[in-house]
Design a protein around this ligand. Structure first.
Ligand code: ADP
Ligand code: MG
Length: 398
């Protein structure tokens, strides 16, 4: 789960990290009061979306002259004006895709006097299975370019989980960033607090870009991006409550309500499968026969007919879907349940694209019979390869 910058900063503040003063604006009429609550003389107006690259982004359509998603203002009135203009607009950044994201929240922040912008992140390194620090002197808005073109400027090392954070980790970062004197101590303190926040809150990623020094040399977190481990969210109800559902793919959101493992992809063949491994194999074999999957979907081991119906509705609501492949191996899952779910779903939402169904395992004959007797226009398949070939052919023919 991702959260907004202002929420991340609130969390980091609780761990004693240096973040600036700020006010969140949810409705246009809250803008003036929020701007007046900050001392000035510089205000920064920041669109809150779950995507980076806001500073270099642009607003789609209407907002001519509105600039990017991070704007400086020289007075409280100007700051409130910009915030009002941003609310409800669609911000397009390198990370949102062309469709962009609608801005529903704007963060007003005290402007910082920046001497230098650094990059500092903590993440779980899948290669070492450890928490790693990543840092660079080249922080700010182009870290992806730095990583691609001058990878030697990105320094990374992992932390031994048994020993945990040690001051020398912080010193290593400080020296990599070229910090000196009292800044080193500040960096050791900051890196340690970030580690504590990361582990205590079960984060997957914590990125401060930029981490800045002010003219007096003090460190401050100017941006903050946090992703949490969904599997650990049950331990943190206060963090789970920070979820902003408007930032999520509507199909994935519905799927999560029904406890379906669904990930939207950009192909044309919708897949409904039970078991993550079989779902992966199904996507692979669709590719093998020359098409691409529109989604990953694992309906789980013990799905009910209702769950199957919802899964089917999610697949058909995707306008890219030109054909559907149902691939079920009935173990705990019974094929007749799947068959009933499909029929209910088709009755509710209709079927405008070819549907290939491959059933195998528990109650397979019953399942096949239910589908045969339903009068639905279903293309039956015997095995995985047969099913994949049939759906790819049907989509190509249609
Ligand atoms: P994004 O990463 O989405 O572009 P950031 O929060 O990193 O958004 O902001 C982009 C840039 O705007 C920063 O690199 C920094 O130069 C500037 N900036 C952000 N917040 C402030 C602030 N409070 N004061 C001064 N400059 C800021
Ligand atoms: Mg940033």
């Amino acid at each position: 789960m991702n959260i907004h910058e202002y929420q991340a900063k609130g969390l980091l503040r609780d761990f004693g990290l240096p973040v600036g003063q700020g006010e969140i604006i949810l409705t246009p009429d809250a803008a003036d009061q929020a701007a007046a609550a900050l001392p000035g003389p510089l205000w920064v107006v920041k669109a809150q979306i779950h995507a980076g690259g806001r500073g270099k982004g642009h607003f789609r359509e209407t907002a001519a002259g509105l600039g990017g998603g991070v704007r400086l203002a020289r007075s409280a009135t100007e700051a409130a004006d910009i915030a009002r203009q941003m609310l409800g607009q669609t911000l397009v950044t390198a990370q949102t895709g062309a469709a962009g994201r609608k801005v529903g929240r704007v963060y007003l922040e005290a402007g910082a006097d920046i001497a230098h912008e650094f990059y500092l992140a903590l993440l779980i390194d899948r290669q070492t299975s450890r928490i790693s620090y990543v840092c660079s002197t080249e922080g700010g808005m182009d870290i992806e370019t730095v990583a691609a073109e001058t990878p030697e400027k990105v320094i990374s090392f992992s932390v031994d989980p048994a020993a945990g954070y040690q001051p020398w980790h912080g010193r290593r970062i400080a020296f990599a960033l070229g910090l000196t004197g009292a800044q080193v101590k500040e960096c050791v303190d900051l890196a340690g607090k970030l580690y504590t926040a990361f582990t205590q809150c079960d984060m997957e990623m914590l990125e401060i870009n930029p981490l800045v020094t002010d003219p007096a040399g003090h460190l401050r977190c100017l941006d903050a991006k946090i992703a949490f481990d969904n599997n650990a969210l049950y331990r943190h109800p206060a963090i789970a409550a920070l979820r902003d559902e408007t930032e999520e793919d509507p199909k994935e959101l519905v799927a999560s309500k029904y406890d379906l493992n669904y990930i939207a992809l950009d192909g044309t063949i919708g897949c409904m499968v039970n078991g993550a491994g079989l779902a992966m194999a199904t996507m692979d074999i669709i590719k093998l026969y020359g098409a691409a999957p529109a989604n990953f979907l694992d309906v789980g081991g013990g799905a009910t007919a209702e769950k199957v119906t919802e899964a089917f509705k999610i697949i058909t609501s995707d306008p890219n879907v030109q054909g559907i492949l149902v691939n079920i191996f009935g173990g705990i899952m019974r094929c007749d349940i799947i068959a009933e779910g499909i029929i209910v779903a088709v009755q509710e939402v209709g079927l405008k694209v070819p549907l290939v169904v491959r059933l195998e395992g528990t109650n397979v004959e019953l399942g096949k019979e239910i589908i045969r007797n339903s009068g639905l226009n279903v293309i039956p398949a015997d095995d995985l390869a047969d099913a994949a070939q049939k759906i790819v052919q049907a989509v190509k023919a249609g």
